[in-house]
Structure formats: C-alpha cells, structure tokens
Ligand binder design. Structure first.
Ligand code: NAD
Length: 289
C-alpha cells in the first residue's frame, strides 16, 4: 500500500519503519522529528497524504489531530482511509471521523497500548473504532505494527476502550503502590507480599507484569531507577481524557478522579515528571499518613 505517516516521534517512527520494512511505500511528515529508515520525507502533511491509500497519524493530542486532519482530508484521494493511532479525546476522534466521511473518506480511530517497546517490536495492541470495511482495509497494517487489533465499535470506540483501560491501570497502579508502602510499614517483606498478591485476588497487571517494587517480580522500570517505560505525565494525560469523557457522558468515576488528582500532584508538584508511572511507590514510601 501507499501510506502517508504523520507524526514520527517516539511511537510513530518505529511504527512507520516497520511498515516500510514490510514492503509498503511510506511517505512521512513531522514538524520536528527526523525520518526513520525506509520512509520518504514529504515537506507538508498534505503532501504525505496525497495519493495515499491509508494516512496514519500519531500525534500528541486531539487539538493537533484536528488541525492536521483539516489539512490532510482535502488532500486525500476518494475512498482512502484516515487512521489515527494517537491517544486523543473521544469527541475529537468522532469529529475527525465525521469530517472524513463528509469528504468521501473512511476513518478509524486506533489508539494503541504497548508503549515504545511495543512500537519497536511490532507487538502493539490496537483498539479500533470505525466501520467494518475500513477496519478490514487497515487490518493488514495493524498486523505488521502489532500483535492484536480489536474492533471495538463505531467511531470513537477505540479511544473509549483505551481511556477505560488506562483508567483501570492508573487506579490499580496506585492501589498496588500504596499497598506495598503499607506492607513496608507493617514489616512485611516485599518479595513475600508479591508471592502472595500475585497469586491471590489482589493480582493485576500492575503487580504481576509491571511490579513497582525494585528487585521483585519480572523486570520492570522499577529495576531501572523508574526510567520510563510509561511516563507519569502520559498516565496523567490519559486520566485527564478519562475525566473529560466521564464529564461529557455524565459517568460517575470517583476512583479515576482520585487517580487523576494524585498523578497531577505527582507530576506538577512532586518529582514525578520524567519518571515512570510506577514511581508512585517511592512517593508513598516517603509519606506518612
Ligand atoms: P512524541 O511527542 O514522541 O511524538 C509526536 C510527534 O508528533 C513529534 O515528533 C512531533 O514533532 C509531531 N508533531 C506534532 N505536531 C505535529 C504536526 N502538526 N504535524 C506533524 N507532526 C507533528 O509522542 P509519542 O510518545 O510518539 O506519542 C504519540 C501518541 O501516542 C500520543 O497521543 C500518546 O499519548 C500516544 N501513546 C504514547 C505511548 C508512549 O509510550 N509513548 C503509548 C501509547 C500511546
């Protein structure tokens, strides 16, 4: 396929490189980042999009996505598909899909989980919203960039799945970290705590796969002085999106709200910026109730 790829940062660059390595013709555009191997540079987003079968965007937020979409939609050929892989608010995802449809284009929102490692290794999970036919067209590309693509429903459903998942992740990480800090104060050995919880009803991905305690469980950012991994400010971004979605859908999400407030304090007022989101553990250890 001929692919336009816009936004070649930490995630977009390896995703585009994997598509090029698989034999697709990839034309890229980024306002700052260099082109990865195998990707031809365009001088504007519209140039990258013109003539493409699929245009993929991997951008920082919904506002930038809306601006880029306004530029590329008129440049795309009829029947082409706009596939946004960024994490953005549900309203922006739906607005872009509706503008694309009005211009005779297909559109899917396809945010990812798996982080930079998953983007490099081609093992991302895609959560996809959009029409069946559009999903089917883009699926071979998801198969190259990832290991799994779940078609979640209509436009916006991918973003909805992503922010619900990450709201659970933020809440369970905080619960896991505060429980470790409590265990410390009760004199319980961290390894014993892991051995019990990871095989009991308190288990979760945060405990079992990404344990926030250094030297315990599988290797995780905790074993690398909390170098991200998944940075605390990206978790805050996703919790803010969950908060915004809950507000507009009138959903009651008290734990998500509290997780958002804690990550906001951690990133803005404490030493959380630039650290992995599991660095909540040393934060709780330092504090007294
Ligand atoms: P990044 O900041 O490294 O990359 C974004 C890129 O977009 C940058 O290279 C920037 O120059 C470019 N850009 C900004 N405005 C542009 C414009 N108008 N036109 C063209 N290019 C423009 O961010 P990232 O870590 O690659 O994340 C991208 C998206 O993926 C975000 O929405 C993020 O929330 C999501 N995400 C990130 C991770 C992660 O671990 N990094 C995991 C899952 C999802």
């Amino acid at each position: 396929m001929k692919i336009g790829f816009i936004g070649l940062g930490n995630m977009g660059a390896p995703m585009a490189a994997n598509l090029a390595a698989a034999g697709h013709q990839v034309v890229g555009f980024d306002t700052a980042a260099p082109m990865p191997q195998g990707v031809t540079q365009a001088t504007t987003a519209a140039e990258a999009a013109s003539g493409a079968d699929v245009v993929i965007t991997m951008l920082p937020n919904g506002q930038i996505l809306r601006a880029v979409a306004a530029e590329v939609i008129p440049a795309m050929r009829q029947g082409a598909i706009l596939c946004d892989c960024s994490t953005v608010d549900v309203d922006s995802a739906r607005a872009v899909a509706s503008d694309a449809a009005a211009a005779g284009l297909g559109a899917v929102d396809a945010p990812v989980s798996g982080g930079i490692g998953g983007a490099q290794g081609g093992t991302l999970t895609f959560m996809v919203g959009g029409a069946d036919a559009d999903f089917a067209t883009v699926q071979p590309l998801f198969d190259i960039m990832g290991q799994k693509a779940v078609h979640c429903g209509d436009a916006g459903a991918g973003q909805a799945a992503k922010i619900c998942n990450n709201m659970i992740l933020g809440v369970t990480m905080i619960a896991t970290c505060e429980a470790f800090a409590l265990a410390d104060k009760l004199g319980l050995d961290r390894q014993k705590m892991f051995d019990v919880v990871s095989t009991s009803s308190g288990y979760s991905w945060s405990m079992n796969a990404y344990c926030p305690a250094p030297g315990v469980g599988p290797k995780s950012p905790a074993d690398n002085d909390y170098t991200p991994g998944f940075a605390a400010e990206l978790m805050l971004k996703d919790l803010n999106l969950a908060h915004q979605a809950a507000d507009s859908a009138r959903a009651d999400t008290p734990m998500g709200q509290l997780a958002r407030d804690l990550y906001e304090r951690f990133v803005e007022d404490e030493d959380g910026r630039g650290r992995d989101f599991s660095a909540m553990l040393p934060r709780f250890v330092k504090r007294n109730g």
